[in-house]
Design a protein around this ligand. Structure first.
Ligand SMILES: [Zn+2]
Length: 487
């Protein structure tokens, strides 16, 4: 047999195999059941799947119930099917003011209470420049208010401002001050933007180190409060309201069949939260149902659980439904920092997240072109009559805006398998984070193809002899070498 005929025979047998596995998916896939999950998760009863609302329990209990029913296994170290996350919901006070001389600074306008308990009284002020360690040295701030600039001379990124603020607060509290006031005087950042962003409740992972010292920002665009100009402050602020909330990632696993490859894991993930209840639309609907974002993805992972529990591939599978993606990728970040399976055993993350779709002939894969598994994804979707395309709107930075990035940063190849879109156009923004993102305006034939091709893509990757790799030179390639070593 010559080489040509051999490869032709191989091709024929491979495509025969592909058809058989595709047929198994077609046969095992229960369309009605998948659509009923989709309808329930995007129903008004769940009130937009907001991790800060009690209805969130309906969502995570529902998902866990079906993972159990499908016989996906609890991961050792988890709380049954949950990874519990300590969240803190921090809400700014409604009222509060500072008087500096004759100028009044009101909470939410020229003043932002960022942390701490209520305080009131007339206080002497000590100006400590940037409030660095050396600025505090030898100063008597006991019973006084400390005033400083935000950040440090060479550290003005948002993350640095908050991290330094926490350090300064700790220093001021230790030195016996009654409050820390920072002058917000960064010319390139409009105060209004800062105020809108910070003067609202925010969900975060509870750091367990909540400070009681009032920590405030005042608007000082003109630098009129620096250089020791402020001698006295009249303080009258309410404290921040902190509420502890237990967040839950829903997680499970399925053991692979290959004695060696089963030690490697393919992570299948989607966030199940959405943005809750908000501004009503023209029809008066205020529940943001998030059918596209991301009930459809949640159902994809549930379907995969059902299929792989009955048809396990060579590698093991982790199923993960993340919470609080919409609050800043919190659930996936928590898992990436507190992994229930060591990260270096996770060879790939096929994540799902969605804004919407405008082309039902394609699947848009955010990150296509960046890992060695692209041909498997393309093959999988083509078996269901679709075509895989890469991110058409790289300027939106979608790759780094969803849960996959928490794993990519650790080095794990992690694309996001999205509904088909060719541009971020009106058809997308019509539903994206809108109350009208419903199942009844979703093309369910397309949903079924999307779900099946996701299972098939996962199956091909989990059975592939080669481990997925980043394309040489990718910005996460170095992290990958550090995680896995050279392989
Ligand atoms: Zn989303």
């Amino acid at each position: 047999m010559n080489k040509k005929i051999l490869s032709l025979a191989l091709l024929v047998s491979l495509s025969g195999l592909a058809t058989a596995q595709q047929e198994t998916i077609e046969k095992r896939f229960k369309e009605k059941e998948a659509i009923s999950h989709f309808t329930y998760l995007a129903s008004d009863e769940l009130m937009g799947r907001d991790p800060a609302r009690p209805e969130m329990a309906l969502a995570y209990n529902y998902i866990a119930k079906f993972l159990k029913k499908y016989k996906a296994q609890p991961i050792p170290g988890a709380d049954g099917y949950f990874q519990n996350i300590p969240f803190n919901l921090s809400a700014p006070p409604k009222t509060g003011e500072l008087m500096i001389g004759n100028t009044k600074y009101s909470q939410g306008e020229e003043l932002l209470v960022l942390d701490g308990e209520a305080a009131s009284g007339d206080y002497e002020v000590v100006d400590l420049g940037f409030g660095l360690e050396e600025d505090f040295a030898g100063k008597d701030v006991k019973g006084k208010v400390v005033i400083t600039n935000v950040g440090a001379p060479d550290q003005m990124s948002p993350a640095a401002l908050f991290a330094l603020g926490r350090l300064k607060t700790a220093r001021a509290q230790k030195a016996g001050a009654v409050a820390l006031v920072e002058r917000f005087n960064i010319p390139s950042v409009p105060w209004q933007l800062v105020a809108n962003f910070l003067n609202r409740p925010t969900l975060g992972i509870d750091q367990g180190e909540s400070s009681s010292l009032p920590y405030l920002w005042v608007k000082d665009a003109e630098n009129s409060l620096s250089d020791g100009k402020v001698k006295n402050i009249q303080l009258n602020v309410a404290g921040k309201n902190n509420t502890k909330i237990e967040g839950k990632n829903v997680v499970a696993w399925i053991e692979g069949t290959d004695p060696e490859l089963k030690d490697e894991y393919l992570l299948l993930s989607a966030h199940y939260d959405h943005v809750g209840v908000g501004t009503p639309d023209a029809e008066g609907d205020s529940i943001y149902n998030g059918a596209r974002d991301n009930a459809v993805g949640t159902v994809a992972v549930m379907n995969a659980a059902k299929y792989f529990a009955k048809n396990p591939p060579k590698r093991s599978i982790i199923l993960a439904l993340w919470t609080a993606e919409e609050k800043g990728l919190l659930g996936s970040a928590y898992f990436a920092e507190n992994p229930l399976i060591p990260l270096d055993k996770i060879i790939y993350n096929l994540n799902i997240d969605n804004g919407g779709y405008n082309d039902t002939e394609i699947i848009t894969v955010i990150g296509l072109g960046r890992t060695s598994s692209d041909p498997l994804i393309s093959q999988a979707v083509s078996e269901f009559g679709l075509e895989a395309i890469a991110d058409p709107s790289p300027e939106q930075g979608l790759y780094d805006r969803s849960d996959n990035v928490n794993f990519a940063r650790k080095g794990i190849p992690a694309p996001t398998f999205s509904l088909g879109f060719r541009a971020f156009d009106d058809e997308i923004s019509k539903y994206y984070h809108k109350p009208g993102d419903h199942v009844d305006n979703f093309d369910l034939d397309y949903a079924v193809k999307y779900w099946k091709s996701y299972i098939r893509a996962a199956e091909l990757i989990a059975n592939d002899a080669a481990k997925p790799k980043w394309v040489a030179g990718d910005k996460y390639e170095q992290a990958s070498k550090e995680l896995y070593g050279d392989r």
